[in-house]
Design a protein around this ligand. Sequence first.
Ligand code: 2NL
Length: 374
Amino acid sequence: MPTKTHNVTQTLAQLGITRPAQLAPLFADLRAEFARDAAAASDEASWKAFRDAWLGRRSGVLTQVTDNWLKPAPPELKRAVGQALNDLRAHVEAEVEARRAAVEAAAAQAASQREALDLSLPGVRRPIGTRHLIRQTFEEIERIFLSLGYTVVEGPEIETPYYNFEALNIPEHHPARDTMDTFYLTMPPGVPESGAPPHLLRTHTSPMQVRTMEKQPPPVRIIVPGKVYRRDNPDSTHSFMFHQIEGLAVDTDITFCDFKGTVEYFVSQFFGPKVKTRLRPSYFPFTEPSAEVDATCHVCEGSGCRICKFSGWIELFGAGMVDPAVYDFVNYDAKRLSGFAFGLGVDRFALLKYGINDIQLFFQNDARFLRQFP
Ligand code: 2NL
């Protein structure tokens, strides 16, 4: 900042100046010093010090020139000193302001450089996931039934024995319960519901079909996708949790022909037009008659291979005409109504369609497996 070398602390008399002509070099020196100070004011802090040093009311250079040079000047110098001081003041004020603008502009320029976006940098690529193959298979099946006028219904995975078993014509001690053993949730002692029949994890999505019939009058055309549970040990074809879609169509004039036609249409839409179906007699407590739906082996097209154990056929799912006993549970008129129902394993459908040999792959979430089904 302003060096102490300038002589503004002395009067003109002390400086030996007596004639107006001597003033020019004196003020020229001051301007030269001012120019050096101005050049050094390169940021906001040094600019403020520079401004105060020259324009400060108390002890700025201009104040000192006024107090020490102008005020005590003899009459013959006063006019010339006043004139020179005015010129100097105008110059200093203009230059201080110009420096302020320059310092601000430099700061803004530095900031914009610091904060500049480098548009040539590569972006952050976030890998976009895909729907799990089970989800994709759900959607493929749902799309086929939606095109036939069915509605998709979902419901709870925790159910009561009534909706999972009794209302489906599976009373306690019925042997069908052995193949549908599941997980029971016992309420801790003290919880209001303890002592009441325990809740369980549903073994099929049929409970939601029962609930739908309880709520709405016929006709009914629904499919119910969802997670189901069984007390199974995991292996390449079993899991204690798997995925099911059940279907139900109930109306006043639904026949076995409607059942067969729907099944054939669905299978050919899902597996392709080459695949043929057959119905094999079976048994479920909730359908009568009951059937297993088989399809010609998609690998050998029916000629026999290792996949179909040389039978030419692959078992797809179970189905049948709804047992009248089920209608009684939901207060439907069993004499007037008829319908069919089916239940299929989504995991099994995905295994068959995509040639996968281990159901556990669906639950391990190994990206190397999942990425094969984008
Ligand atoms: C299977 C195949 C099936 C049903 C599920 C059903 C539902 C109602 C009434 C009658 Cl509300 N049936 N569902 C029918 C046949 C087969 O699932 O292998 N289940 C053990």
